[in-house]
Design a protein around this ligand. Structure first.
Ligand SMILES: *Cc1c(COP(=O)(O)O)cnc(C)c1O
Length: 228
């Protein structure tokens, strides 16, 4: 088998950068897990990564792509937890609940009701993250921070087949620390008030994961920096 070692080099570089961010912030690198976003990766590169590194989680944003990649050997043989990180659509929720380990993009009560019902049918608990939105962009889904506490309370009260495991937030498209850092700090504060130890705080992508880790993220979602 021919390996594209660039993927492994890229991954190792990401780990080093995370470790450096932890050192800077006085955090234990063991606290940080990586969610490898495979949506634009070649199957061969995903396989190379999973075969050679211990990958905690993989994320896809489209059900169909995930079924094609993860639904068949050899990818389905790996233990990486499968995260759904895309926008939810009602008619796909049942299949998403069936095929993913964690739904990271929950931000709608109607979707929650469908996830809850699907989980009941499947005889399992649906593991979810609530998705926050840190931008004003109309096309971006997610809850504004001002609505997040009420949403989380209602999910916990109303849906006994949903386990809320933490938060995913999508930052504005900028690499400016002066913009990102205060936002990440605010989310971390909110996270600490609403979740206990062991919960996921998924902040940071390829362009901003170091700042996110410095500010408390424990599950950066990284695609391009590994696979491009
Ligand atoms: C694509 C995607 C990512 C990864 O983005 P990169 O910049 O490639 O690291 C992270 N989170 C979500 C929700 C995404 O859709």
């Amino acid at each position: 088998m021919s390996y594209n070692y660039a993927v492994l080099d890229n991954y190792d570089t990401v780990i080093k950068r995370i470790n450096a961010a932890c050192l800077k912030a006085g955090r234990d690198p063991e606290e940080i897990k990586i969610l490898a976003v495979t949506k634009s990766a070649r199957t061969q590169d995903i396989l190379t990564l999973l075969s050679n590194r211990d990958i905690f989680a993989a994320g896809e944003s489209r059900l169909q792509d995930a079924l094609e990649k993860w639904g068949r050997p050899p990818l389905n043989a790996f233990a990486a937890k499968k995260f759904f990180i895309g926008q939810l659509q009602s008619n796909k929720i049942r299949k998403i609940a069936e095929n993913f380990d964690i739904i990271a993009s929950l931000c709608d009560g109607g979707h929650a009701a469908r996830i809850d019902a699907a989980a009941a049918e499947l005889g399992k608990k649906a593991q979810c993250l609530a998705q926050l939105k840190l931008t004003d962009r109309q096309t971006q889904s997610g809850l504004p921070l001002s609505e997040a506490e009420g949403f989380i309370r209602s999910i916990r009260a109303d849906f006994k087949n949903i386990n809320l495991l933490g938060l995913m937030a999508i930052a504005p498209e900028t690499t400016e620390a002066a913009v990102l850092r205060p936002l990440f700090k605010e989310v971390k504060k909110f996270f600490d008030l609403n979740f206990g130890s062991g919960a996921y705080l998924s902040l940071g992508m390829s362009g901003d994961f170091e700042i996110a880790v410095e500010e408390g993220s424990n599950l950066p979602r990284i695609g391009g920096a590994i696979f491009n």
